[in-house]
Write a protein that binds this ligand. Sequence first.
Ligand code: WTA
Length: 637
Amino acid sequence: MSNNYQVQNLPDYFKQYKKSIKNPKKFWDKIADENFVWYQRWSKVLEYDMESANIKWFKNAKLNITKNCLDRHLSTRGDKTAIIFEPNNPEEEARYISYQELYDEVGKMANVLQSQGVKKGDRVVIYLPMIPELAITMLACARLGAIHSVVFAGFSSSAVSSRINDCDAKVVVTSDGSYRGAKTLDLKSIVDEALDKSPQVEKVLVVKRTNQAVKMKEGRDFWLDELLEKAPKDFVSVIMDAEDPLFILYTSGSTGKPKGMVHTTAGYMVYIGYTFKNVFNYQENDVYWCTADIGWITGHSYILYGPLLNGATTVIFEGVPTYPQPDRFWEVIEKHKVTQFYTAPTAIRSLAKESVEWVDKHDLSSLKVIGSVGEPINEEAWHWYNDQIGKKKCPIVDTWWQTETGGILISPLPFVTPTKPTYATLPLPGIQPVLMNEKRIEITENQQNGNLCIRFPWPGIARTIWGDHQRYIDTYFKAFPGKYFTGDGALRDEVGYYRITGRVDDVIIVSGHNLGTAPIEDSINEHPAVAESAIVGYPHDVKGNALYGYVMLKEVGEDRDKENLRKEINHLISEQIGPIAKLDKIQFVSSLPKTRSGKIMRRILRKIAEGDFSNFGDTSTLLNPEIVDEIKNQRIN
Ligand code: WTA
């Protein structure tokens, strides 16, 4: 990939940004043309209608994303490491997979899938741990035009089967088991259980990872290594239309059924290639590491596709941050001389609780850029990350985006945009954020809060919800006609920087005052005894809503006067936000119900605060479902 799409400095950013808004089609046309390989060029850069949520980028173009990720690098980067695989157990050797080897493996896997009957347009569900085979299978699907749907390998069997059924997959790729920290999980038996409810699945291909005993069903289940052994390496990539689906990825909705977000081929490729290069300031010999799981959009876009589109070296880490000890991240950075490190605030906060000696044991001087994604990063965590990990010399890219957006929309560009703690700062070129008030009127002034919408389509936007376009329209294009509604609230400061304040549904109106839960939680978290907290509203006779706080202390079982702690917490809030934001009830909990991607499931906390235990909805995405009963039983009346 040529270097000509990297923004150089702040004036260059403003120049690029202006161009991208004035003439978005011209802007993306040039990027697509100069930085990617195509079988056939597009007849039209963009065709769209926001009302019917009909969006087509690079109409009639023909391509295959794997030619862009693999084939075109072979002559210049064939021996370069594409993937560094760092296993769960540090005693096991890391694997270095070159672009040539990756190309060969993907070709073999595509041949295997084809021989098992997979064709262009078929859906393949992938339920694998963070091992190279996961990346290889996704790329093999893309190479032959099958639509991959990766299901995070921590989901329960019912979540797996509902996803298989929603997209009607006939083939599942899984492994015997997976390693996670000190634990081994039985992935194959979870799939077996799922398939009781998904009888349409014809083939299950099983990777050997843990070598544990598993049941293999004759005629349905096959060991992948045996099939790969006989498969040829070459597989001519299938010609895809720009708008052919590349993958489906499920994301939880505010209610019930998960939404299968559909991303298509050309627009996604162009947007992810461009944003990876710019947001991480990727340079040719860098070693890039994103700690997300590939089962989430962050992993799809910024472990796999973004890095490979740019011929980068990307780390795939199988383990967890605290195994065997709480310095695993820092050890891996030192070991592989990682230059870009991208993680989540929840990981930062949990590691910041550990002694800083774990960090100081390691040489982190290779780092150039550090990133954050997934939720607002609070001020305390931002400073710890900046001071202890970035050593005040690595810009923090606080990247705001969503499964639906495909790639990063608002983020500082390192060495270009001056950072500001807790601010995602400025939109990337091509992105037009707008703040809307409750009356659906655009807020044009700065220093205001509003509902964050995006005015104009960008190439990476999801095109639909699998099998339910109406739900797509209703969820994202109805609330503010003519715009994409993100569901997030944001504050724009005096210079136009954006700070994401959290989901709009987290806003609680108390006595007519709009209160965001995030700033209240931030101030509670500043109390030295507090590890984490979550605020929800519950109905109140006089105020409309009152505030209920769930507070997790740093040391469990500590002999502290709880009444006193409650007073101190409210005093802090009172001081920092105002007495209006004081909590009516504070419950101390041993942990908070979290999804596997680290988000607090407020829906459940809200119900408990309201005293409504009737139906907690879908809890299949919870990491720690057992906590729900504890919180319920200790609820404050
Ligand atoms: C939140 C993850 C604040 C936000 C890529 C968004 C953030 C939701 C940030 C999407 C950030 C993500 N600052 N909030 N830097 N990044 N979010 O679909 O509420 O798992 O709407 O995509 O995460 O979560 P998703």
